[in-house]
Design a protein around this ligand. Structure first.
Ligand code: BGC
Length: 446
């Protein structure tokens, strides 16, 4: 038994695919990956720590803190994009517990206004991986105190921004990734290797989502507020391999199932001995949409060093080491839809130096998304490509290139728009995926 090689080209559209009117098209980024100089969060400390698994520190990053207008001008230039996703850096807004920086709040107000002035809609993420150092000092997400701290931050930031700047909100970005890489694998801060801490962090994240949701909706009742979940298509190479299947089920539950179930039922359940089952007030159906962030399949193999079956010869491998596997996005969209909430792809993108392959990735994943809408009945409302520009890819530093816009790090962080930006803009402007346009940008037949 094995798995088939996979590449984007196998999933390109063969006919013109129209997207629904009002579909959201845009790009996504996150504060710590682009702003630069975020010295007060747990990631900054993690990057500087002796023996850190980070290949390099974030430093000045792309200086989005000062240069966001340049990036927004590029996002708006094609006239098709209508949304821009970014995140608030909690450690800038509340650098010490209880001290709220008006300067930081004013900055984010100006950023939202700059987005709106360009005809884009802000999609504001309140937590994207980073936590202020003062909160991190006390167990961070494994400690239940974080729930009220986060809810208070949501209240303060939402009140300062006000409802007009908050049409779309993601409360928390990929809680399973922080819980797993930070508390179980030890590759993200706080660098813990403890399955119980992973469970506690997962539970606190869904509690924080429910409370944060309430705090934001109290200020902005019309806001579309959701949580963005990391989703992967978990498989096994051999369905008769019981050990692999059991392991796959466990990983899938901790990474995806737990969060989808929590949104659907309102219960924290099955997290093992340290987290008692609990019905969380307001958690059932909590959200106006659910964000799906999809990158790859995960072929579970407990006996392999990376816990995953290596991709076969012929698979298209990205700079992240995983393969382009578009059909997995369809699986994840259908799964997200079991929450009965509308769905937005809040992240999906390819790290590559070959921009034509990025165009193929986009086309293939959009074709699969379209099918999930039309054949799968998924109420899909939009797609924000990861990422606007190349940026700091966490422990992997500046190596992986996800951007529709490159950043010339040797040349004053100059913005270098790629053909994939034009390609994406054309899809957005026409609200359709046309095989002839795909062929042109992917370079088919050339
Ligand atoms: C995260 C991003 C990250 C991207 C690409 C997602 O896990 O939300 O911060 O850069 O994937 O790896």
């Amino acid at each position: 038994m094995g798995i088939e090689p996979t590449r984007s080209d196998d999933w390109l559209p063969t006919e013109t695919l129209e997207f629904p009117e009002g579909f959201l098209w845009g790009t996504s980024n996150a504060a710590h990956q682009v702003e630069g100089g975020n010295v007060n969060n747990d990631w900054w400390a993690w990057e500087q720590k002796a023996g850190s698994p980070c290949v390099e520190p974030s430093g000045d990053s792309t200086d989005y803190w000062n240069r966001y207008e340049e990036d927004l001008d590029l996002c708006a230039r094609g006239g098709g994009q209508n949304v821009h996703r970014f995140s608030l850096e909690w450690s800038r807004i509340e650098p010490a517990e209880g001290f709220v920086s008006q300067v930081a709040l004013d900055h984010y107000k100006r950023l939202c206004d700059a987005i709106l002035e360009r005809g884009l809609t802000p999609m504001v993420t309140f937590h994207h991986f980073t936590t202020p150092q003062w909160a991190a000092a006390e167990g961070t997400w494994a400690d239940a105190a974080i729930v009220d701290r986060f809810a208070r931050f949501c209240e303060i930031a939402a009140a300062a921004l006000g409802p007009d700047r908050l049409p779309y909100v993601c409360t928390i970005n990929e809680p399973s990734v922080v819980a797993t890489l930070g508390y179980f694998v030890g590759m993200f801060p706080p660098g813990v290797n403890d399955a119980d801490a992973q469970a506690q962090a997962s539970a606190n994240f869904v509690r924080a989502h429910a409370k944060g949701y309430g705090a934001i909706k109290a200020v902005a009742p019309e806001a579309q507020v959701g949580i963005s979940l990391a989703m992967q298509d978990t498989q096994v190479a051999d369905p008769d391999d019981d050990a692999a299947r059991g392991f796959a089920e466990f990983v899938d539950f901790r990474m995806v199932g737990f969060f989808v179930d929590a949104l659907r039922t309102g219960w924290i359940e099955n997290l093992g001995p340290v987290v008692a089952d609990e019905e969380v007030p307001g958690l059932a159906g909590c959200g106006d949409f659910v964000g799906v962030q999809y990158y790859a399949r995960f072929v579970a193999d407990p006996s392999s060093p990376m816990f995953t079956t290596p991709e076969p010869e012929g698979s298209e491998i990205t700079q992240m080491g995983y393969a382009s596997y578009p059909p997995g996005l369809g699986v994840c969209l259908r799964r997200a839809a079991t929450t009965e909430l509308p769905v937005i792809v809040t992240e999906n993108g390819m790290a590559t130096d070959d921009d034509k392959r990025r165009c193929a990735w986009i086309a293939a994943h959009l074709a699969v998304s379209h099918e999930a809408m039309t054949e799968g009945g998924v109420d899909l409302r939009g797609y924000t490509y990861w990422s606007t520009t190349d940026n700091f890819e966490w422990a992997l530093g500046y190596g992986p290139k996800f951007g529709l816009i490159g950043i010339d790090r040797e040349n004053g962080l100059a913005r270098v728009p790629r053909p994939s930006l034009d390609f994406f803009d054309e899809i957005a402007r026409t609200n359709r995926l046309d095989p002839a346009v795909v062929a042109e940008y992917v370079g088919l037949g050339t």
